[in-house]
Design a protein around this ligand. Structure first.
Ligand code: SF4
Length: 303
């Protein structure tokens, strides 16, 4: 059907190619997704899991670290120290035509009703935000309550920590692209606060949208935020983020760095844990060939 998201994106990609834009695997991927999307299974309605207990700094059991009363975390912000003022969140202009293709995908995704149980509970679909020409794409598991209300990924306390991480890498938030595997907030029992992990079935149904975003943006590096995101992307169980973080993986031919979810750092504020995440980001910067200052290299090193 011509109104299907994959058809719209395929048509836009063909237009881009006709205009001389070099594409990597987008056309092929869209054609394959179009062939399979009609067969996508409706997810099994799973019993909602309640939010896990908030880990203490003495027992950092949940690297996703969900909580509304998290303490503040400080990440150095190079863009602030350079300019004396926070960088304005103005998206970088896209000259590649990717912005138009992403926009063509956005409408159908915002109207998606593949998961009736999530359609019922969501405020809105959280599509993704950032630079269509981003070198780095940060991928989380699913929107939480804040994101569901605002319509943008990573806008709560964990999102603020992610923004500080990004700025410490000498990017602006608007320079990178941020998205989740699941575009709708996982539903919770009526009246129950907090967030729950998306199920593998839910992530599988929604993942084709993320794959299309990745194929359009063609980032040089993907950063997978937290164990659930790693599991969803790689289609594995029990990623064991503590063991897996800091080691390069690959997602559809793109280097992927697994690291802790920013929320984990809200509850584990030791320099040791911050340094682990920061070393993962240094590895990303090295992979991109970006200059790293001595000051950056020294962040969170215990004196
Ligand atoms: S989670 Fe994804 S697949 Fe499911 S209704 Fe939302 S946008 Fe559609």
């Amino acid at each position: 059907m011509s109104g299907q998201p994959t058809d719209i994106v395929l048509s836009a990609l063909q237009q881009m190619q006709a205009n001389g834009v070099r594409l990597r695997a987008s056309l092929h991927t869209c054609e394959r997704l179009r062939a399979t999307s009609s067969a996508a299974a409706t997810p099994t309605r799973t019993a909602a899991r309640t939010t896990q207990p908030v880990p203490t700094s003495a027992a950092p059991a949940d690297p996703r670290g969900r909580s509304a009363s998290a303490p503040k975390i400080e990440f150095p912000t190079l863009s602030e120290t350079k300019t004396g003022a926070p960088a304005a969140p103005v998206p970088a202009p896209s000259s590649s035509g990717k912005a138009a293709v992403l926009e063509a995908l956005r409408g159908p995704v915002l109207a998606c009703t593949k998961c009736p149980h999530l359609v019922q509970s969501r405020t809105q679909v959280v599509f993704g935000v950032g630079n269509p020409d981003a070198e780095v794409m940060f991928v989380g598991e699913a929107p939480g309550a804040d994101e569901d209300l605002v319509g943008e990924p990573f806008v709560g306390k964990a999102g603020q920590t992610l923004t500080k991480m990004i700025e410490a890498m000498n990017f602006r938030r608007a320079d990178v692209y941020i998205a989740n595997i699941l575009k709708c907030r996982p539903n919770m029992p009526p009246g129950e606060p907090g967030n729950r992990k998306p199920t593998p079935a839910e992530m599988n149904v929604c993942k084709p949208y993320l794959i299309q975003q990745i194929e359009i943006i063609q980032p040089k590096v993907i950063v997978a935020l937290g164990g659930t995101a790693v599991e969803g992307l790689l289609g594995i169980d029990n990623a064991g983020i503590t063991r897996m973080r800091g080691t390069w993986k690959e997602f559809r031919g793109i280097p992927m760095m697994p690291t802790f979810h920013p929320a984990y750092l809200l509850h584990n504020q030791s320099n040791t844990e911050k340094r682990k995440v920061w070393e993962d980001m240094l590895a990303v910067l090295e992979r991109l060939g970006h200059e790293i200052t001595a000051k950056q290299r020294g962040y969170f090193l215990t004196k």
